[in-house]
Structures are given as C-alpha cells and as structure tokens.
Write a protein that binds this ligand. Structure first.
Ligand SMILES: CC(C)(COP(=O)(O)OP(=O)(O)OC[C@H]1O[C@@H](n2cnc3c(N)ncnc32)[C@H](O)[C@@H]1OP(=O)(O)O)[C@@H](O)C(=O)NCCC(=O)NCCS
Length: 153
C-alpha cells in the first residue's frame, strides 16, 4: 500500500536537522545534522525526502561518481514503514543516478537486516560480497555487512 499523499522533495543541507531526527529513529548510531549536511554537500551527492502532507516520513541519500552510484543511507520512520515509502525513495534515487550517467549502483547492508535486504532484492540488487563483523552493535555483537549491486538501465 502506498502512503496516502506521498510527495518527494530534493534534500538539501537546509533539511539536515530533519534528516538527523529521521536517521536517529532508524539506526543505533544516528548521524548528526552536521555530518548529514556535510554528506549532502559532497560533490555527486543528492537525496530525496518523502513527505506526507508536509510531514517527513523518510529519506534517501545517494552519491554518483562517474558511472558508479552508491546508496549512502535510506531510512523511514517506524510508524510509516511497509507502505512503500522506501521503495518510492529508492526508485527516485536510482532513476536520478541513471540520469546522471551511473550504470551500476552499490550498497552495503547488515546481514541481519532482513527487511532491507528484501527491499533491495525486490529492486534488483544482488549480493556481491560479505564483510565479516563490519557493524558493531551496542550489545557488543558484530554483524556482517553484505555488499550488493545492480545494473542501472
Ligand atoms: C528498511 C526500511 C528503509 C524499509 O522502509 P519501508 O518504507 O518500510 O519499505 P517499503 O514499504 O518500501 O518496503 C518495500 C518492500 O520491501 C520489503 N520489506 C521492507 N521492510 C520489510 C520488513 N521489515 N520485513 C520484510 N520485508 C520488508 C517488502 O518486500 C516490502 O514490500 P511489502 O510491504 O509489499 O511486503 C525501513 O525498515 C527502515 O527505515 N529501517 C531502519 C533503517 C534501515 O535499516 N535502513 C536500511 C539500512 S541499509
């Protein structure tokens, strides 16, 4: 099901504090507004925020360098999940990457993040590798990173 009035806007450094609040709700080690603003300001970086009647539901950040693109982060507010918001954000981000000349997209994801892995597979990503113990959890447990890639058309 798609959220009722989903609307995507281009993310800019001016949105950094909104992005930091969303990121902190999605990840144990949320990024600060300053680091998000610096990331958006990096050459080749861009992002989209999903809004429902003005309320931010999630965002994606991407980077394109020559013919390669990378998903930097994607997150959706817990209350707005399983409504197609991440899918809409990823579709827009991957379409933009192709427009900018990227022919491949890469990402990394914790191997215990089954929901995200399912989303990425649905979009066309396949697993290309594994980085053992890449993510440190607050519990002290470490999770492997899977690297995934897809060809953009
Ligand atoms: C992963 C995340 C971004 C997905 O956002 P979302 O808006 O709920 O995803 P969508 O509704 O667009 O999901 C599209 C499809 O992906 C799959 N999917 C997404 N989340 C899932 C979950 N928790 N469990 C199983 N499948 C899931 C499903 O196939 C889903 O389609 P369906 O709902 O029709 O079954 C969200 O759970 C999140 O923000 N998690 C915390 C941050 C994070 O882990 N980001 C990714 C790190 S690499």
């Amino acid at each position: 099901m798609m959220a009722a009035a989903l609307h995507l806007v281009e993310a800019s450094a001016a949105h950094a504090s909104v992005l930091a609040a969303l990121h902190g709700a999605g990840f144990e080690d949320g990024w600060s507004a300053d680091s998000l603003a610096a990331t958006i300001a990096t050459p080749g970086s861009y992002g989209f925020i999903a809004l429902d009647r003005g309320e931010p539901l999630g965002f994606v950040l991407m980077r394109v360098i020559a013919d390669e693109s990378e998903v930097i982060t994607v997150t959706v507010r817990p209350q707005a999940r399983r409504q197609g918001v991440a899918r809409a954000l990823m579709d827009a981000a991957l379409a933009r990457a192709a427009e900018l000349g990227a022919t491949t997209a890469f990402l990394e994801v914790a191997d215990d993040n089954a929901g995200a892995i399912r989303l990425y597979r649905m979009l066309g990503f396949t697993e290309t590798g594994r980085r053992p113990g890449y993510y440190a959890r607050k519990t002290g447990v470490r999770a492997d990173a899977l690297t995934m890639a897809m060809t953009l058309s």
